[in-house]
Write a protein that binds this ligand. Structure first.
Ligand code: MTE
Length: 296
């Protein structure tokens, strides 16, 4: 049978590989079950991923635009290479990494995660990447390292949204160190088994699936270990609307809308939003004893 080149999308190749992997999965199921990563509630493996087109044509990326439908176009000329990632601050071994060094040092794996935006829409995304914990351990955080700050690149010449004062640039986010060390926290380098598209945060972004999407910072240039909590760009812009934690929580409404429901991109009916975006089994213990209404 002839297949036209246009039909061989990365998405289709990925789907085919996935069904092959499914056949072999029984053999390794015992091994991965121990990690607790790939159960249905963890990897969203039982949910149908959104298409590459859906994931790549509806983006929040304020460095380019606040209009989600034009970001991909405005990001076309962004240059994700060469790129340097700096890891510094409260660590024994500060260092910088070129992208190919990261690829050589850390084995990449495919992980299907749900992504829930604070605005009330969601997707299921087949990311490729490696555990953030592995990268942080390489720099040996010291005993003062309690938080991790992430900073996106600052390039107003290429990122036209950075010429406006919509947010404090460069975009900044943060995690508590135990959150950053959680095995679900992923440094993303790819999507559908291919290099990450510019509009999704090339060449490096986070995927922190139990938190609202704004925590999953794109185009990361610097990671800094800190003793005190950093103030993110969103906390700086609207402290009553965006807290440090950003955990998905249907019981805490955004001041301007409910968080009880969400619409999956490509669907019409709304579905219930799950505590910690469905990852509670794995992450709720990080917040034991905390008042989640107050620490939103
Ligand atoms: N990272 C940067 N640097 N700038 C942004 O504007 N938007 C965030 C997050 N990371 C954003 C960012 C928000 S609000 C969401 S919902 C996700 O990226 C969207 O990721 P996606 O476009 O890959 O779906």
């Amino acid at each position: 049978m002839l297949i036209r080149p246009s039909e061989v999308t990365p998405e289709r190749v990925w789907q085919e590989r996935r069904s092959l992997l499914g056949a072999a999965a029984g053999a390794v199921a015992g091994a991965v079950a121990g990690l607790g990563l790939h159960g249905p509630a963890a990897g969203a493996e039982t949910e149908r991923p959104n298409t590459l087109e859906q994931i790549g044509r509806y983006n929040n990326y304020y460095e380019f635009s606040s209009n989600k439908e034009v970001v991909w176009k405005l990001a076309e000329d962004f240059k994700p290479a060469p790129w340097t990632l700096v890891v510094e601050g409260e660590v024994e071994r500060p260092r910088s990494w070129a992208i190919d060094e990261l690829h050589r040092r850390f084995a990449q794996e495919d992980r299907v995660y749900r992504l829930r935006c604070v605005e009330g829409w969601s997707m299921v995304v087949p990311w490729r990447g490696f555990a953030l914990a592995e990268l942080l351990k390489e720099s040996r955080p010291n005993s003062r390292a309690k938080y991790v700050e992430f900073t996106s690149v600052l390039r107003p010449a290429e990122m036209i949204g950075q010429r406006l004062a919509t947010l404090r640039w460069p975009y900044t986010e943060g995690l508590r160190i135990d959150e950053a060390m959680h095995p679900l926290a992923l440094v993303v380098t790819g999507l559908y088994g291919q290099p990450l598209p510019n509009q999704n945060g090339a060449p490096l972004r986070l995927a922190v699936p139990w938190k609202y999407g704004f925590k999953s910072i794109k185009a990361i240039a610097r990671i800094r270990l800190l003793e005190t909590a950093p103030v993110s760009s969103w906390m700086n812009a609207a402290p009553s609307e965006y807290g440090f934690y950003g955990n998905v929580n249907p019981e805490v409404p955004h001041p301007r809308w409910t968080q009880k429901r969400e619409v999956r991109i490509g669907e019409v009916a709304k579905r219930a939003t799950l505590p910690f975006n469905g990852y509670a089994d794995q992450v709720a213990s990080l917040y034991a004893g905390m008042d989640l209404q107050q620490h939103f």
